[in-house]
Design a protein around this ligand. Structure first.
Ligand SMILES: [Zn+2]
Length: 169
């Protein structure tokens, strides 16, 4: 089932999400729907708060569904190490049609648990590292626009306000 992706302005996107502690059928169903929603968008990463559920669950697939080996579903992810820096244009399904340059670590290692509650680890370089960092930000109520300069952030916020006023957001 395709879920509605919340946009900038929704309070769920600003909450600090709770750790997953029930590894049950409901969690499995949510992750399945998130994967479908991510592929449908299309996007390469989705965090549960973006579909209005404030738990620490993210789905990532750089291949957009082309390569099953690239699908990552992780609960309670945390960054255990990061190094370097990359600056590339970044966007977000919750801030559609806006992109800007965000500084992120070049390499990121994360650990968390899978849908069965078993510990898993992943290492990411480049785009995957960026994705880990971006999705974990979502779990802490942080959006990529928060990582821009205050001026750029204000410009984007004002454009979104205008769109919202016109009923186009
Ligand atoms: Zn995002």
């Amino acid at each position: 089932m395709i879920l509605t992706i919340l946009k900038y302005g929704a309070p769920e996107l600003r909450a600090v999400s709770k750790p997953v502690n029930a590894f049950d059928a409901e969690l499995e169903k949510l992750s399945k729907n998130m994967i479908e929603t991510m592929y449908g968008a299309p996007g390469i990463g989705l965090a549960a708060p973006q579909v209005g559920v404030n738990i620490r669950l993210v789905t990532i697939d750089l291949s957009g569904g082309e390569d099953p080996n690239q699908l990552i579903v992780i609960c309670n992810p945390e960054i255990i190490s990061s190094e370097g820096e990359q600056k590339i244009d970044e966007g977000c399904l919750s801030v559609p049609d806006f992109t800007d340059t965000v500084a992120r670590p070049q390499k990121v290692s994360i650990r968390g648990v899978n849908l069965k509650g078993e510990e898993i680890k992943h290492e990411g370089d480049g785009l995957l590292a960026r994705c880990f960092s971006h999705e974990i930000d979502h779990l802490n109520g942080i959006l990529f626009v928060d990582r821009l300069s205050p001026l750029k952030r204000t410009l984007i916020r004002n454009r979104i306000k205008k769109l919202a006023k016109a009923g186009e957001w």
